[in-house]
Design a binder for this molecule. Sequence first.
Ligand code: ZN
Length: 214
Amino acid sequence: MSKFDIKTMKCNICGREQEVTVLAMATQHGTADLDFRPPEVRRSAMPLWVHRCDYCRNVFSTSEPMPEYDEKYIDSQEYTTCGGIASLPETGKLFVKEALIYRHVKEYLKAGNCFLYAAWTCDDEKLDVIATVCRKKALDCYNEVDGSTIPKRQIPQMVLRIIDMQRRCGLFDDAIGTAEQFAFKNEQYEKMRRFQIEKANAQDKRCYRLEDIA
Ligand SMILES: [Zn+2]
């Protein structure tokens, strides 16, 4: 079951109010992917996570406040061309633009997350090459994150997400290298880490879910 809400939001650049639809409540079916991509129904509601302003070129998150930035940025070539990434699906374009805004203001964790969301939209369209481009951009952003600013309890998920992204990009040695640097107390995380090493050793780039891990 899902419940949608319509809320009024103000564009953080042009200041105009507009209605956006958000997923207020959803029943969960199945398990997340190994990069913590949520299962249905949240999965299909991804286009509602980001909104293109009805009046200007800005895009904004429907769930989190956007950072302050120089409004000229949305006229830049980097922004208007989605950082030069061609053939993105429509929702993927919005996530890339959101990622570019966060990267522009050096909020690298959020930038990385949005590039990954863009990769998910490519996965759904079977656009594997573009998905890999987006994952690599996300990895570059995560690389810039100052680890000391991340709450300790979030680190295992962050590391597991990075390992999965490296493997899905075909960077198998990197995935194994990252996985071997860590050991987790949490049994489920430890199973995920070992599963990733096994799949990376087999040069397997496919998408797996938590339920695939015995
Ligand atoms: Zn606007």
